[in-house]
Write a protein that binds this ligand. Sequence first.
Ligand code: ADP
Length: 545
Amino acid sequence: MLGLMQSQPLLISSLITFAERHHGDGEIVSRRVEGDIHRYTYRELAQRSRQLANALEALGVPQGERVASIAWNGYRHMEMYFGVSGSGRVLHTINPRLHPEQVAWIVNHAEDQVLCFDMTFLPLVQAVHAKCPTVKKWVALCDADKLPADSGIPGLTSYEEWIGAASSTYAWPQIDENSASSMCYTSGTTGNPKGVLYSHRSTTLHAYAAALPDVMNLSARDAVLPVVPMFHVNAWGIPYSAALTGCKVVFPGPALDGKSVYELVEAEGVTFAAGVPTVWQMLLTHVRANGLKFSTLKRTVIGGSACPPAMITAFQEEFGVNVLHAWGMTETSPLGTLCTLKNKHLQLPRAQQELLQQKQGRAICGVDLKIVGGDGKELPWDGKTYGDLLVRGPWILDSYFKGDSPLIKDENGVGWFPTGDVATIDADGFMQITDRSKDVIKSGGEWISSIDIENIAMAHPAVTMAACIGMPHPKWDERPIVAVSLKPGASVTREELLKFYEGKTAKWQIPDDVVFVEAIPLGATGKMLKTKLREQLQGYKLPGL
Ligand code: ADP
């Protein structure tokens, strides 16, 4: 027997319709590429999203076809989130930090029909447009008078001119909630980029889940600053959750340095911010160097790579900002786990609470997790035993776009997505990433977590960033070394840093060497690029070999 409730598909358009009707004057503030601050409301966002939908109709882009963006976080990008997906097309967000060859490759793979880009990326588009035959319209996300006369890109139109001509009257189509809504390619740190195709249903469920108190705890009382880019995994779903809650949104545009982010946080009364550790490192450096404080910022979600314990302590103890450590992947929409304490942890001493906060956290209802051994059997949740992390749920990938399904079937025939991460899970369900499986250092039959080794180095006052990699060793297979970059003006010797490890980890896990580098190479999403570091260290030999 079926229930007798109204059957409404879960659609992205319903989020923007809700925001317009119930939070119409809610503010959306953007720092633009031009450098100025732009302000408008959910009402205008909804109107302009409908204009964009009409412009796509007029262009004859069929439903299901891809419309791409290469853009910073800003209001026009948010209009694409709702106008493209809401009208049944698929928004393909492209990471501009990818190599131009890779950008051309994914535009072709996705068969994008329209590509809209911020003027910052004009040189990138000029380099790739001739290799992208599927794109029938190029749009610059700017005013008509900002359009260069001789861009060399055929038919280049300004976004304002394009949507300005369209009506804001439009009825969002009631499509199947399982229809594709947006796509994002993995950044390729683990091989060729692979297309992940989100649906209206997966995105809407994720938006509800992301706003829960034990997740981002978003509400109409918040002012949210997503530093995490809208070009990678939908800015962790924040644009959708923002529309769902009606919170104020503050977009940083291209200015991601510590000073600009700090100024925006203070000027706009930001209460909640989200980003990867490398961005927060820049913010902390700026705030400390100038003796500043946060007057409104209450909490920050940090994820994408392991949040160094020293960063958790700095935010909480020095600045009174609560850190929420999160784990996820392109394939998981991305939120999988988030670290918030349970009632029984509230009485624990601060130091013990911070130990828990270093973990990547508990599964968000909807996501299920398990760790398995080499034989595929589930391993115990004791906080010590580590294994391959598998996940499943309604916002977890089933198959790659034009690709295979990587799912592993369990004994009941249920499919689980193998994350490529190695993790432990404790009795309370807190998951902790030990490493990416390819980064684990295998020394004398034992495993060393590169994250643990990096975290210790990063707690040293002279170190800004640390990357631990395994080097071949004739006896032990591999031995860890740690590459570090130092804070400006700071110094520490190899011997001092190795001594710093004593008592903080087992003796055999202490790195064999320290390599000082100008900067740790970062990938397209701000994560350490260990493959590049290994290339840079070609010819390196461990001491004594
Ligand atoms: P890619 O870099 O291949 O595109 P993603 O951007 O999807 O991949 O990143 C997913 C990976 O990032 C995870 O599998 C995990 O290794 C790492 N990661 C994400 N969040 C965390 C975290 N909080 N701690 C440690 N690792 C993390």
